[in-house]
Design a binder for this molecule. Structure first.
Ligand code: URA
Ligand code: URA
Length: 195
């Protein structure tokens, strides 16, 4: 399948990226992981310490909560791909700066084009604002479907935000019920992706 070849090429290109200073401090580039024919593409912020060590997204504490949420929503890991706005860890997990986002975003757009997910879920403010090119608050963006450059996007809170603020769990669960419903519809409608 041609897209898989192109995705491999993109992965190799990102692995050697020197476009911003984060290449100086990263251990491993975190390209993303999952199905190459996903229903949902989840987009987080950036690798944390554990992700930077392992080269795999969402394997630390926030990742454990994310896995729990996916399990509760009965979303199979077979039908998703998980990545981040930044492919390299910012030192001390600081927020990505605008230049880093600008340099790294074309990689995400390439992933979206090649993975062709049914929809994208952005996790947290950094991912949401970068992809949607907005500066609005998560409170106003979350749980509302939007179409951006032909891509269907649902923003929700970041699992790390739920670890800091228990009050975000309930609205996040509301969002995941919408995500689950749409996921199920996509699964039913797609014999290719539903196998
Ligand atoms: N937080 C993120 O945004 N992404 C990861 O991969 C891990 C934690
Ligand atoms: N701020 C963030 O960066 N992410 C959230 O999910 C909520 C607030």
């Amino acid at each position: 399948m041609q897209n898989e070849e192109l995705l491999k090429e993109l992965r190799c290109q990102v692995a050697e990226c020197h476009l911003c200073d984060l290449h100086e401090t990263r251990n491993k580039v975190v390209f993303g992981a999952g199905s190459t024919n996903p229903i949902i593409l989840f987009v987080g912020e950036a690798p944390g310490r554990t992700e930077d060590e392992k080269g795999i997204p969402f394997v630390g504490q926030a990742g454990a909560l994310f896995a729990k949420i996916l399990g509760a929503a009965e979303i199979s890991s077979e039908h998703i791909f998980v990545t981040n706005i930044l492919k390299c860890r910012p030192p001390r997990n600081r927020t990505p700066n605008p230049e880093e986002v600008a340099r790294c975003l074309p990689y995400l757009m390439g992933q979206i084009a090649l993975l062709n997910p049914s929809f994208v879920v952005t996790l947290g403010r950094a991912a949401t604002c970068a992809l949607l090119e907005t500066n609005q608050s998560m409170g106003s963006l979350r749980g509302k479907w939007c179409s951006h450059k032909g891509i269907l996007v649902l923003p929700t809170y970041h699992p790390a935000a739920l670890l800091r603020n228990e009050g975000l769990k309930s609205p996040t669960w509301d969002d995941f019920q919408m995500i689950r419903d749409t996921y199920r519809k996509c699964l039913e409608n797609s014999s290719v992706k539903g196998d």
